[in-house]
Design a protein around this ligand. Structure first.
Ligand SMILES: *[C@@H]1O[C@H](CO)[C@@H](O)[C@H](O)[C@H]1NC(C)=O
Ligand SMILES: *[C@@H]1O[C@H](CO)[C@@H](O)[C@H](O)[C@H]1NC(C)=O
Length: 354
């Protein structure tokens, strides 16, 4: 607000310079005016929290200098929203508005609009948030030759989980890692998401890809095989690796789901194929790894029965640690990738709501 006030004061002086006084004073005013912004773009909040399938408003307002000609609409205002990527030169188009023209791009089509609660409101409304929407957005307002920008971060509530496929540890290059997360109803985690997970206690001794192309792992309890006993806890960074040739695990991120996750009550134990069929027969699908983590973390789902999941792994979610289940910690317990013919387990199903 202070900046805006200053801007208005300067412009008032500039419009009516002190008559007959020092040219020095006059020059100083002109100087400020030429270099200072005539258009100011402000995001009232730098960070917005939401979750998958929620609706959100990314705040952005613009203030412009009122000269005597203002208000006659000599310049059309153009509002442009883009998403910033890790590659600083590359931005993804999200939405553009100019006059009555509106255009949205890619996966944002049909999901974005301007709030326009007032004349200077350029806030962006996104509906039905997807996991991929997470990230930093730039609001740019252009008026004639003037333009200014503000950046807003969209953060999603959710859970980070380490993932390795049936093939075993360190088998995914960057692109395969991306696909592996997508197949488990999730996206690759960002560094910030892994960092937050580490702060909430995530400890994992295998290195995994992150969405920025780095390979890292979170350690809360330093020990010999994980970088040494006498090291400080932290997110250990292996650095950036060749996205095609290097192979690691991956950290995936998922958020709230719109559906029902459940353990199927069934009279007998099942093979993997029987498990897939049993869920279908119940009007559902065999659940994905992202869904068991979301149910466990976000809904407190707790079940001490090992069940098949879509990737052929067997797991069970424990949120209330107890004897014989997961005595020392709340966790999604991993039994392994057993032989798919073993008739030893139940199954977790997922039914999406429409
Ligand atoms: C500018 O104007 C002020 C007030 O009118 C006066 O005191 C000052 O001497 C003037 N400066 C010059 C350089 O004329
Ligand atoms: C989000 O907005 C859409 C469209 O305005 C509306 O139909 C839907 O109910 C909203 N969802 C939530 C969770 O508020």
């Amino acid at each position: 607000m202070k900046t805006l006030l200053l801007l208005v004061l300067i412009s008032a002086c500039g419009a009516e310079p002190h008559p007959g006084n020092s040219s020095l004073e006059h020059e100083r005013i002109i100087h400020i005016q030429e270099n200072g912004p005539r258009l100011l773009v402000v995001a009232e909040q730098a960070k917005i929290f939401s979750h998958r399938s929620g609706n959100v408003t990314l705040p952005c307002k613009f203030y412009h200098e009122h000269t005597s000609t203002a208000g006659s609409g000599t310049h059309k205002i153009r509002v442009k929203w883009t998403k910033l990527t890790y590659d600083y030169l590359k931005e993804v188009d999200v939405f553009v508005a100019m006059g009555h023209h509106r255009k949205s791009y890619g996966s944002y089509q049909g999901r974005v609009s301007l709030r326009e609660s007032s004349e200077n409101d350029a806030s962006l409304v996104i509906t039905n948030i997807r996991l991929e929407d997470y990230g930093r957005y730039k609001c740019e307002v252009i008026e004639g030759l003037e333009d200014d920008t503000a950046v807003v971060t969209l953060n999603l509530e959710g859970v980070v989980f380490p993932y390795s496929p049936r093939l075993g540890r360190y088998n995914l290059n960057f692109h395969e890692a991306q696909r592996a997360c997508a197949e488990q109803d999730s996206v690759m985690a960002s560094f910030d998401q892994l960092y937050d997970a580490w702060r909430s206690g995530l400890d994992w001794c295998n290195a995994g890809w992150l969405s920025d192309g780095s390979v890292q792992y979170p350690i809360t309890k330093p020990r010999e095989p994980c970088g040494g006993r006498n090291t400080v806890p932290g997110v250990r960074n292996y650095g950036f690796w060749d996205k095609d040739k290097s192979h690691y695990d991956v950290f995936c991120f998922t958020s709230n789901f719109n559906g029902r996750f459940y353990y199927l009550i069934h009279p007998t134990k099942l093979t993997y194929d029987e498990a897939v069929q049993a869920c279908l027969k119940d009007g559902s699908q065999i659940a994905k790894v992202g869904q068991i983590f979301a149910a466990w973390k976000l809904l407190g789902y707790d079940r001490c029965d090992a069940g098949w999941l879509a990737d052929g792994s067997v797991r069970y979610p424990i949120s209330r640690p107890r004897k014989r289940c997961s005595p020392s910690e709340a966790a999604v317990r991993f039994v392994g990738f057993p032989d798919k013919k073993h008739k030893l387990y139940g199954v977790y199903c997922f039914r999406a709501y429409n």
